[in-house]
Design a binder for this molecule. Structure first.
Ligand SMILES: *Cc1c(COP(=O)(O)O)cnc(C)c1O
Length: 386
């Protein structure tokens, strides 16, 4: 039934097994890893850690960037630094990877689900306002849930598949209701919204460098700050809150061992040098999909939102129905072409099933019909500047 689609994907990715997204190493990865091993500084201190933080801050325009062992720990830290406490509520979208809600849970807070926009797949500022207006009371600068009585402390939009959410409008609703804004930009390395890098609109943003993301450190994450002092504090808390006192071990609060090892940061430095080349390759693939699916009945390609430049981390199409989606998933995966459905919505998972939610019509519709397509880098060679 889908021979033509499969033939087209194979024309992009070849005849063998086609993965959804593989890492690609074209630059100084081996060189930096060798340097790192030769230096013996493979663990949680070393020059690549500082350099990777510096380079990511420069690339994204953040005032400070702080490495973490993975994106989930970066999100956990971002929520703690935003003042989220046990018993609070945090608004997020039901269409996201489970790590967003796990990080909220680690703080002892509970998620509340507000719908996504159909054009961005990210949290809807209009539905956020609507939900807050009918469910929350503002008093003394604090936002409280009328039903549960709990404080609503923060809001976490997620830039789905690298497509930026409407963060400017979300930020203004958050300001109005006294909510801290935390951006889950795990999927959005290299994505811009009105020319500004995803993850730099909020007080704190989090990136992921897991192996399936646009660039990888093996495992890893990064916190992005607009406030350099808060960034410096994050460095302290993510490194066991150790106070510099010569050789003595002195710690001034409960800290976390969340720092990325130097060997992972070495990989990150090399990957970052290739990011623009990787983004150009992924954009070409997205354009090819877009042109192909424009002529296919029953398929609608998910293109970057107006005013945004997506990294096209994972390309996606919406099919006509859940039945057609299931048939497409079956046929493609059956012949070695990896495609994936959207995540099960968070409100359907057992641990978040009781969480409060607004109208989530768009998320339900997208979940039923969306399929992610193979999206890895296609070039076999590229030159990365150093
Ligand atoms: C990948 C991802 C994370 C977490 O990243 P890890 O580095 O795997 O911990 C968080 N949120 C979203 C939306 C992600 O896609």
């Amino acid at each position: 039934m889908f021979e033509e689609e499969i033939r087209f994907i194979r024309s992009l990715y070849g005849q063998g097994r086609v993965p959804l997204h593989e890492p690609s190493f074209f630059g100084n990865e081996r060189k930096y890893l060798d340097e790192c091993v030769d230096s013996t500084y493979v663990s949680s201190v070393g020059p690549f850690v500082d350099r990777f933080e510096h380079d990511v801050a420069a690339y994204t325009g953040a005032a400070r960037a702080v490495v973490c062992v993975n994106g989930t720990s970066a999100l956990h830290m971002a929520l703690l630094l935003s003042g989220v406490e046990r018993g609070d509520e945090v608004v997020t979208q039901p269409l996201t990877f489970v790590a967003t809600c796990n990080a909220i849970s680690y703080t002892g807070a509970v998620p509340v689900f507000v719908d996504v926009d159909a054009d961005t797949l990210g949290l809807s500022p209009v539905k956020l306002r609507t939900w807050l207006e009918s469910n929350a009371d503002l008093s003394g600068g604090e936002c409280r849930n009328r039903t549960t009585g709990r404080r609503i402390k923060a809001c976490v939009p997620m830039h789905t598949f690298g497509h930026p959410a409407k963060v400017d409008e979300i930020a203004s609703v958050c300001r109005e209701f006294g909510l801290a804004l935390v951006e889950d930009a795990a999927e959005a390395m290299g994505s811009l919204f009105h020319g500004r890098h995803a993850g730099t609109f909020a007080g704190v943003g989090a990136l992921s460098f897991n192996g399936n993301k646009t660039i990888t450190t093996g495992g890893g994450g990064m916190l992005l700050f607009q406030d350099a002092d808060l960034g410096a504090y994050a460095k302290h808390v993510t490194t066991q809150a150790r106070v510099p006192r010569g050789w003595a071990f002195v710690h001034d609060q409960v800290g976390y061992n969340y720092r990325m090892p130097n060997i992972n940061a070495a990989l990150g430095c090399a990957q970052l040098e290739c990011l623009d080349a990787i983004l150009a390759d992924k954009r070409e693939t997205a354009e090819a999909y877009k042109a192909f699916f424009a002529g296919r009945r029953g398929f609608s390609f998910v293109h970057e939102p107006d005013g945004a430049r997506s990294n096209y981390w994972l390309n996606a199409v919406l099919l006509e129905s859940r039945e057609m989606r299931d048939a497409f998933l079956g046929e493609t995966n059956g012949c070695g072409v990896s495609t994936r459905p959207a995540w099960e919505l968070m409100n359907r998972l057992p641990m978040f099933g009781e969480c409060q939610r607004g109208d989530i019509a768009n998320a339900l519709d997208i979940e039923a019909r969306l399929v992610n397509l193979p999206s890895g880098v296609r070039r076999k060679e590229m030159s990365c500047v150093s």
